[in-house]
Write a protein that binds this ligand. Structure first.
Ligand code: TRP
Length: 468
């Protein structure tokens, strides 16, 4: 703790930091790994044609995701501030604060639907405990598929239960946030992330020994660019931002809790790599099941909830493993939500001087009320459409595909062009302790020339100015 106090000289006494490099890694990974890997990555891959989508996604992670993550860590740790306060502390023109405000808007938009999906996961823990999926192993593949399909639509469109589960999910987030960063976030992430990984690997092994394994594997590995158009590229880019929790200040906020001796570039690589491995494993667990049981690869948001009960129904102790899987997924979803809401909470406590508990309760209440009213099929706005999309889809589209990439572009421009290379070098080498001068120079060039250019090209393409 003494060390931390020294590092925090000049910032408010009450600010916490994570306690060690390992805690930093797991807390950050806890933000990155969530429903994005386990739920969104497989279904977007399915809907966008498989291998080619994954390849574009990987390029986005390497050339856009990692550089922006380092830039966010830089901003956070350098200023030890929230996503809006950063630009005040750096004495930047006040227009840059728009990054922080847009980030908060994204946090709300994402939470509206993310907490609903987290609610589905919580509901599935309960369903698995109750034994709803016990009978699956005795059925034919066709019958089993019909059962999981109807179970899913029942779970998400019931008149009461989706709302209750969403409320429970948000309440858990609120409780942990009230406990504070170190106690709340560190404790949960450090122990449970490794267990989730083991369970996913179990799923993968079983899935890869199914009849449909080759077909599932080929679907992920076949690179067919004929289905790729601008919207597929934008979706892959949006997913890269979503996956690594970028473009809205989450990593600025977490960076502000890092210790001064943390190697920011290394941490970014480790987090991005581990996160990608988890996503790919989730894909390997899901698609063999899809092809074995005749589900539609482009089946959408229900994909995870239909495939996982099926694969566990074919394993010894399947029901116990199923309970464990959804339990750990609910925890991954919860730690990701914590990082999302934390951005808004620190803004309220530091910039508006609100008490932490009040800030948590106020913001999570808004997230719950607006989220519940809009995203469920049986809610009052359930059938409403904006630009031809449901509220659920349009919140997702506006945040992932528009706000996060624009936030990322602005962050890249700020750190690439407004921060002097001497300052950047000093912070990224921990005041000269790390001898990584060449790496930092390369990084700086990528952040100045490659990352913004790619983002810009994708935008031009999306609005139709440029076609390729
Ligand atoms: N990365 C998380 C996931 O994959 C979601 C998430 C957490 C997020 N914090 C974020 C997405 C901030 C965008 C921005 O599930």
């Amino acid at each position: 703790m003494k060390n931390d106090e020294k590092f925090l000289a000049g910032s408010p006494k009450s600010r916490e930091t994570f306690s060690s490099g390992l805690a930093i890694f797991f807390a950050t990974l806890g933000s990155a790994v969530g429903l994005g890997n386990i739920w969104k990555f497989p279904y977007l891959t399915g809907a966008n044609g498989g291998g080619a989508f994954i390849l574009i996604y990987l390029v986005c992670i390497a050339l856009v995701g990692v550089p922006i993550m380092v830039a966010e860590f830089y901003l956070g740790r350098k200023t030890r501030s929230n996503a809006v306060g950063v630009f005040r502390k750096l004495k930047a023109s006040k227009y840059w604060r728009v990054i922080g405000f847009m980030g908060m808007a994204s946090s709300f938009l994402i939470m509206f639907f993310y907490s609903a999906v987290a609610g589905w996961v919580y509901a599935y823990v309960f369903k698995a405990i109750r034994g709803d999926f016990r009978g699956l192993s005795g059925l034919s593949f066709e019958q089993a598929r019909l059962v999981v399909e109807s179970q899913f639509s029942e779970a998400v469109s019931g008149p009461v239960s989706p709302f209750v589960w969403q409320a429970i999910a948000i309440s858990v987030v609120a409780l942990i946030l009230c406990a504070g960063v170190k106690k709340g976030i560190e404790r949960v992430t450090k122990t449970l992330m490794p267990v989730l990984l083991v369970l996913i690997v179990v799923c993968v092994i079983r899935a890869l020994t199914l009849e449909g394994a080759t077909e599932g594997f080929n679907f992920l590995a076949r690179v067919d660019f004929s289905k790729v158009d601008a919207s597929v590229v934008l979706t892959a880019l949006g997913l890269a931002f979503f996956k690594l929790s970028l473009g809205m200040g989450t990593m600025i906020t977490y960076g502000s809790y890092f210790t001064s001796d943390n190697n920011l570039i290394k941490t970014s690589f480790h987090v991005a790599l581990s996160d990608t491995v988890v996503s790919l494993l989730a894909g390997l667990a899901v698609f063999p099941v899809v092809f074995t049981f005749g589900l539609a690869p482009e089946g959408g948001p229900g994909l995870l909830f239909q495939t996982i009960p099926l694969v566990f129904s074919l394993l010894p102790f399947g029901n116990i493993l199923l309970i464990l899987f959804f339990l750990l997924t609910s925890i991954a979803a919860t730690t990701a939500m914590i990082s999302m809401v934390e951005v808004v909470v620190v803004f309220f406590t530091e910039e508006l001087k609100m008490k932490r508990t009040t800030a948590v309760l106020l913001n999570t209440s808004v997230m719950l009320i607006v989220g519940a009213l809009t995203v469920h099929p049986s809610s009052i706005f359930g059938s409403a459409r904006i630009f031809g999309k449901s509220f659920f889809d349009s919140f997702d589209y506006m945040s992932s595909n528009i706000l996060l990439p624009i936030g990322g572009l602005l962050i890249a421009i700020y750190v690439g062009y407004r921060v002097s290379s001497a300052n950047l070098k000093l912070e990224l080498s921990n005041q000269g302790i790390l001898k990584n001068g060449r790496l930092v120079s390369t990084y700086h060039s990528v952040l100045r020339y490659v990352t913004p250019l790619l983002l810009f090209l994708v935008f031009l393409n999306v609005i139709g100015v440029l076609t390729f």
